[in-house]
Each structure stands twice: as structure tokens, then as C-alpha cells.
Design a protein around this ligand. Structure first.
Ligand SMILES: Cc1ncc(COP(=O)(O)O)c(C=O)c1O
Length: 385
């Protein structure tokens, strides 16, 4: 077909296709010996599969178009859940249920950025952000996080800054932002700049003191526009439900709903019910249980192998540095020649590092890291020769 991709979409598509193809070939070439450290699905899920199956698929409501922002009782119970967990007086009007966090971010950014407006985003970023911003008519402006993890969002003065976008905890680095960091960012921005926090990993925190939700920092009324996005993919460990949550002041939710009415429609009725059911049973869940020991193992092995890995404060990823790690080509080569898949830093806008998922067996993490290190040793020797 004739391509009319925008620059970011073309760049993203080329990387995505090359990596998807390499992963497929890697699986075929290595069979059971292939190690996939790219997975972004959590190891645990709520509610358990038997409970989920009890929902009748022929529910009467599936014969109707539901309200665009979600069914009223689902929005109310989701608002109740986040009001309790965040300590903020949220109501149904502060909630929109989207078809996954990706749709939530898309409709939110379409409401918050004007054509040609800049959206500053922390680097390394979640790989889809620049494309979403560009497709919504905005201009992505990657901003490196400063020393000590401080977000500054200084953008060229000839840009009109419409919004800032950051992930907390950050995918891929696992760094979190606490109240002081968020206060500093929001104080630096003018009242016309919207703040969007992608908090899909909010339940995946090793050190709770280091994380604060944006929803607890900015007011529900008479303040700047803000949006927090969450996802059933991580909160319930069920990416296949395709449910996201947009939390925001009522006026923002109304504007976002207008965009969703044109762009996405409402989320699946059955998925909304399953999401509300899941939130009700996961209050005692320890999302980090599978990852604490895996993290210690991965840090220890990385250290032994000479790979540099900073201890993350959240997510279930390890952001690993080593000579030459970072380019898509390295990830493709690792996949085909070393039988291990990891997402390269370049995919997240960073020239170095790879993202290693801890959502894998301990044996896979150990062997995968060894294969990465061995392959780098080999590279170093061949380039010296
Ligand atoms: C930071 C971040 N934002 C958004 C998403 C998309 O979430 P969803 O699967 O709900 O669309 C992901 C998925 O992994 C993510 O890591």
C-alpha cells in the first residue's frame, strides 16, 4: 500500500516489525531453548480464571451500546476503589473506562493537546508515546531525565507546550517519582500545561515511600488539567481484558469522553464487568511477590557477569547496560544467535541498555543474562581483533 505514515510512526513501525520478526525466527530456530525476557504480562492474575468464567457471555447488557465512558455502576465501583487506595474523593464522573491504557492515553492526549502543540515526555519513554502524540496532531518532545531522576521538562521556547507525559513507575527503567519530585514538576509548569501520568505499574513498587500518584498531588477542581492512566493489564495481570482507566477532574473526563465517542467507543461490556470484579478481589494481593527474589537473583548475576544494572524501585523490569547494548540490531542478533529476546533501549528512545523482564522463570533469567553477557564478550573480542 502507499504509505502515509508520520515520521514517528514509521520509525516505531520499522523497529517493531524487525523485532517481532526476529522473535518469531528465534522461537523457531531455538525451539524450547529460546529464552524470552521481553514479556510484559505479569506472572500473577486476579481474579482467578474460574471466577472469571462465571460471568455469562450472553449478558443482557451485551445487546446494548453502553455509555462511552463506561457503565455507571462500573465507573462508580472503580472510583470507589481508587478513592480508597489513593485517599482522594473520586466519583464516577472522575473515571472513564477505556479499551486498555493505550486507548486511554490516546483519547486523553487528543483532548489535551492542540494541533502542533508540544508534548514533553521523559526519556526513556514507553515506546508507543511518540506515535500517539504525533497521530493526535501534537509534537513529541523527548526530555532526558536529569541527574537524580529529576524531571525538568525544559522544551525549546519556540514550542507551545500543551502537556507533559511521564510514567511512574517508569517503564523501562523502573524508577519512581515521589511527592517532592511531582511537586517540583507541577510547580515549574504554567497553569495551561496539562500533566499526564502513565501509572500502569502503580501496584508494582519495591519501595512504597518512593512512589506518589499524581492524583494525590493535583486538585480535582480549580487546578491545571491532569490525567492518570491505569490498566487491567498490570493491576489485574490481565492484558487480554483490554481495559484501562482514565482518572481526571470531571471537566477533563467530559472532554476525553467526547474524543472517545469519535475514536474508540466504549470498552467491552464484559471486560468492564470483569475488571470491576477483579478490583473487588485483589485488595489483599501482593503484586511484587513473584519479583522480589527474581530481582535479587538478576542483580547478583548481572554484577557477576559485569553487566551494569541499577536497582529499580518499581515495575518488573531490569534496565541493563553493557557495551553495545541498545541498538535494535543488537537485540535482533541476540535473538537469532544467542537465543534470547530482550527489548532494546533504542525502542524506548535510549541509545544504550536493554530491558530485561523478570516475568520469567528464575532459570530463564539466569541463562538469558549469561547469554547476553557471553555475546557481549564475543563482540568486544571481535572488535578488538
Ligand atoms: C507504561 C505503559 N503504558 C501503557 C501501556 C499499555 O497498556 P494496555 O495494555 O492497557 O494498553 C503499557 C503496557 O505495557 C505500559 O507499559
Amino acid at each position: 500500500m502507499r504509505s502515509h505514515d508520520t515520521p514517528e510512526v514509521s520509525r516505531f513501525a520499522a523497529m517493531r516489525r524487525a523485532l517481532a520478526q526476529a522473535r518469531d525466527v528465534g522461537y523457531r530456530r531455538w525451539g524450547r531453548d529460546f529464552i524470552d525476557l521481553g514479556r510484559s504480562e505479569p506472572l500473577a492474575a486476579w481474579p482467578d480464571d474460574r471466577q472469571l468464567q462465571r460471568r455469562p457471555t450472553a449478558d443482557r447488557l451485551t445487546r446494548l451500546y453502553g455509555p462511552v465512558a463506561g457503565w455507571a455502576d462500573v465507573r462508580a465501583s472503580v472510583a470507589d476503589h481508587y478513592a480508597k487506595t489513593l485517599g482522594v474523593p473520586l466519583r464516577a464522573g472522575n473515571i472513564l473506562i477505556s479499551s486498555g491504557a493505550l486507548s486511554g492515553l490516546t483519547v486523553a492526549l487528543s483532548a489535551l493537546c492542540r494541533p502542533g502543540g508540544a508534548v514533553a515526555m521523559t526519556v526513556p519513554y514507553y515506546h508507543a508515546w511518540p506515535s500517539i502524540v504525533e497521530l493526535m496532531g501534537g509534537r513529541p518532545r523527548p526530555v532526558p531525565i536529569g541527574d537524580g531522576g529529576r524531571m525538568t521538562f525544559v522544551v525549546p521556547t519556540n514550542d507551545r507546550l500543551d502537556a507533559v507525559l511521564f510514567a511512574n513507575p517508569n517503564n523501562p527503567t523502573g524508577m519512581t517519582h515521589d511527592r517532592d519530585a511531582l511537586d517540583a514538576v507541577t510547580a515549574d509548569l504554567g497553569p495551561d500545561v496539562a500533566v499526564v501520568a502513565d501509572e500502569v505499574y502503580a501496584e508494582y513498587i519495591y519501595a512504597p515511600a518512593g512512589f506518589t500518584s499524581l492524583a494525590t498531588v493535583l486538585p480535582l477542581q480549580d487546578g491545571p488539567d491532569w490525567v492518570v492512566v491505569r490498566s487491567a493489564a498490570k493491576t489485574l495481570g490481565r492484558p487480554g481484558l483490554r481495559v484501562g482507566v482514565v482518572i481526571a477532574p470531571v471537566a477533563v473526563i467530559e472532554a476525553v469522553t467526547d474524543r472517545a465517542a469519535a475514536l474508540t467507543g466504549s470498552a467491552s461490556t464484559l471486560a468492564q464487568f470483569a475488571f470491576a470484579d477483579g478490583l473487588a478481589v485483589m485488595h489483599a494481593a501482593d503484586h511484587m511477590r513473584p519479583y522480589r527474589s527474581r530481582l535479587e537473583l538478576a542483580l547478583a548475576i548481572s554484577h557477576t557477569l559485569g553487566l551494569t544494572a541499577q536497582r529499580p524501585q518499581g515495575t518488573f523490569y531490569l534496565w541493563v547496560d553493557g557495551p553495545g547494548l541498545g541498538p535494535v540490531e543488537t537485540a535482533v542478533r541476540l535473538c537469532l544467535e544467542a537465543g534470547v529476546f530482550v527489548w532494546p533501549g533504542q525502542y524506548f528512545g535510549s541509545p544504550s541498555h536493554v530491558r530485561v523482564s523478570l516475568s520469567a522463570s528464575r532459570a530463564s533469567i539466569e541463562t538469558g543474562l549469561r547469554r547476553i553477557a557471553d555475546s557481549l564478550d564475543f563482540e568486544a573480542v571481535s572488535s578488538d581483533a
